[in-house]
Design a protein around this ligand. Structure first.
Ligand code: FAD
Ligand code: A2P
Length: 275
């Protein structure tokens, strides 16, 4: 070959940037079907502890595949945390469960939701009632100083089928007691009542049963719920939400919303098949 030297044009692929992309910073697998992860927080994102956002990944056709997720970290945290189920063949979670630090996810920065302290009338005792991944919004609220400024006693009731499914919440509560920021506020104020229904553990039974039988009040040395003093937030499956709502109403509490604060608020932890 004479004359000019052949020039090979090299195209350096640009990193694919997703719309509303955030970077995964940590992933923890708790059980075969539960994991949590942390992502960078958009600088402009403001939210109230307990709210949820839409997050997801691109599907094979380059379209965003988004699902609602409660933000599990408190509003002061510089990152965002999420706690997730792994649904077998679930469109999003069958992929999301494989994310690693450095990967990107989509996060639509429009937080909404009813599980916020503003949606409750002032009270003395605040009950968090959750099954399964329904603990996620309370993982946020339990780490927010405002929760302890507004309530004298905070009670976290979490029920799962097995002991290992409680581990994310158990660890969170344990770490909270040693937290330099709110460890002292939490001391004596946060009562944790984890129960299982299908495996032996120190505390057993459904939340609904432990409330109606009065067992939880006896165990914790608290008076039964009363509308003048007690407030509640509920997050679980639709069946759980329906049943616990009835129990709370039997104690005389009424359901509120952002626009109409009352004694308790409810949010679905997920939308079940056919619902
Ligand atoms: P999908 O097609 O969405 O769900 C398939 C089936 O899996 C559902 O029909 C249901 O039967 C079951 N399922 C879905 N999610 C759950 C779950 N969390 N627990 C038990 N069974 C479930 N999910 C979380 O894991 N963490 C959260 O913090 C969370 N917050 C939510 C907040 C709101 C307001 C709503 C409405 C849903 C929330 N979800 C949460 C559920 C989430 O939006 C998705 O449904 C879930 O990530 C599964 O997505 P998928 O595409 O894999 O399967
Ligand atoms: P149980 O084992 O008695 O069904 P699931 O995995 O089915 O969403 O359930 C999570 C937890 O919530 C389980 O401990 C389950 O108890 C409990 N639970 C399910 N449905 C209800 C309900 N309608 N009322 C109270 N607890 C419920």
């Amino acid at each position: 070959m004479t004359g000019t030297q052949a020039v090979t044009e090299q195209v350096i692929p640009k990193p694919k940037t997703l719309p509303d992309a955030q970077t995964v910073t940590a992933v923890t697998h708790w059980t075969e079907s539960l994991f949590s992860f942390r992502v960078s927080r958009p600088q402009t994102l403001r939210f109230r502890s307990g709210e949820f956002v839409m997050i997801g990944l691109m599907d094979d056709n380059g379209r965003p595949l988004l699902r609602a997720y409660s933000i599990a970290s408190p509003s002061w945290d510089e990152e965002l945390e999420f706690y997730s189920i792994k649904v077998p063949n679930g469109p999003l979670t069958s992929r999301l469960q494989h994310i690693k630090p450095g990967d990107q996810i989509i996060l639509r920065p429009k937080p909404v939701g009813t599980l916020v302290i503003d949606a409750l009338l002032p009270g003395e005792h605040l009950w968090f009632l959750a099954t399964g991944t329904g603990i996620a919004p309370f993982a946020s609220l339990m780490r927010d100083p405002e929760t302890y400024e507004k309530f004298e006693q905070v009670i976290m009731m979490h029920t799962c089928r097995t002991v290992e499914e409680l581990e994310y919440g158990r660890r969170l509560v344990e770490d909270l007691k040693n937290d330099p920021l709110i460890g002292e506020m939490v001391e004596g104020k946060l009562l944790y009542y984890p129960t299982t229904t299908r495996e032996e553990s120190p505390l057993m039974g459904r939340i609904t049963d432990n409330l109606t039988s009065g067992k939880v009040f006896t165990d914790l040395g608290l008076p039964p719920m009363a509308p003048g003093r007690d407030r509640a937030m509920v997050c679980g499956s639709l069946a759980f939400n329906v049943d616990v709502k009835k129990v709370l109403e039997d104690f005389g509490l009424t359901e509120g919303a952002n626009s109409d604060p009352r004694e308790f608020v409810v949010e679905k932890a997920f939308v079940g098949e056919g619902v």
